[in-house]
Write a protein that binds this ligand. Structure first.
Ligand code: CA
Length: 331
């Protein structure tokens, strides 16, 4: 395999705080010998575990970036045992554009792992994260939210894994985050995900969905900021007691969780996030917009559970994810 073209301006083995960049040569019309400079912070103190903390894997999701730039600006190395690598804007071109995907190559960072050292810009960044950063990490926390087209109940998530000991370690780190909800998550499409790459490397992996709609809120940012410090305490990197908060356990037991739109038009949601729904309940109606007098198409939950995610924007297109019902796990 070729060497990565990315050169970090920080030394990951040096004690103290360093704020620098992952520098990727990016020759283009505006800058012949230019570079893409992705901000990175390393905070290291002595020997101990390494946490890799990432945000803006999708560029229009904001709780992760807010919590991570705040952490990068305030984390004191004397409070750290081990190392914290903070990458608040994984897909920096997408983040700068306020878009889910990179405007440079149209790539979805979370469908492109393990990336390629000789690929497109997004593939080169993924390859560097996969081959240089993930091997340094014992634990990876990757923040997501719904972006411009989805909104979620705030949850931390871990996946069902073949290695049950690893699955338990991931679940324990997820629960230490202390989000209002904790999810055992089913992915629609796990191929190429950062999640899968980290889990296949045998690491502890936690992800989140903390809100959405292309912005963040005081409530969801507070959840993110508390969660990241709780996970670092759980890993033994920060001292102090975990700041506990009540958590409801949720499950996505099958693809019956999802309701996808089979029509396009004007959406009327019949329930709001966090409300109980029963199998067969109408969760939304979609009206055609080409004429008046036509009945709406009704969309029903297939499961009993909690209304956990929904489409954002008042209009919806064919095949869009309209709603997600998660089941409440027995306690
Ligand atoms: Ca996302």
């Amino acid at each position: 395999m070729k060497a990565s073209p990315i050169a970090p301006t920080v030394d990951f083995d040096r004690d103290g705080v360093q704020h620098g960049y992952l520098r990727l040569p990016y020759s283009r019309d505006e800058s012949a010998w230019g570079n893409l400079m992705t901000p990175v912070t390393v905070v290291k103190h002595g020997n101990g575990p390494t946490a890799l903390l990432t945000g803006a894997n999708h560029g229009d999701e904001y709780e992760g970036p807010v919590a991570l730039v705040d952490l990068a600006a305030t984390l004191d190395p004397k409070d750290v045992t081990g190392r914290v690598i903070i990458l608040p804007f994984m897909n920096y071109p997408a983040f700068r554009a306020g878009r889910r995907l990179s405007p440079i190559d149209g790539a979805n960072m979370n469908r492109i792992f393990p990336g390629r050292p000789d690929g497109t810009v997004t593939e080169k960044i993924a390859d560097y994260i996969q081959r240089a950063l993930v091997p340094m990490a014992d634990l990876v926390l990757d923040f997501h939210s719904g972006g411009r087209t989805l909104d979620f109940l705030p949850f931390a998530a871990s996946h069902i894994l073949a290695d049950k000991a690893q699955e338990a370690r991931c679940r324990e780190a997820r629960d230490a985050f202390c989000a209002p909800y904790a999810m055992s998550m089913l992915e629609i499409d796990a191929v190429g995900m950062f999640d899968t790459a980290v889990e296949e490397a045998g690491k502890v992996f936690v992800t989140t969905e903390l809100g959405g709609g292309g912005t963040s809120s005081a409530r969801t940012n507070a959840i993110a900021k508390r969660g990241v410090r709780n996970v670092l305490k759980h890993a033994g990197i920060l001292e102090g007691a975990i700041e506990h908060a009540p958590t409801v356990l949720l499950d996505m037991p099958s693809s019956d969780c999802f309701v996808f739109s089979e029509s396009e038009g004007l959406v009327e949601f019949m329930v709001d996030l966090g409300h109980d729904v029963r199998a067969g309940d109408v969760v939304a109606r979609v009206f055609p917009t080409s004429r008046t007098g036509a009945p709406p198409v009704e969309y029903r939950s297939k499961l009993d559970g909690l209304f956990t995610a929904r489409h954002v924007s008042g209009l919806i297109g064919m095949g869009d994810c309209l709603a997600v019902t998660a089941t409440v796990a027995p306690t």
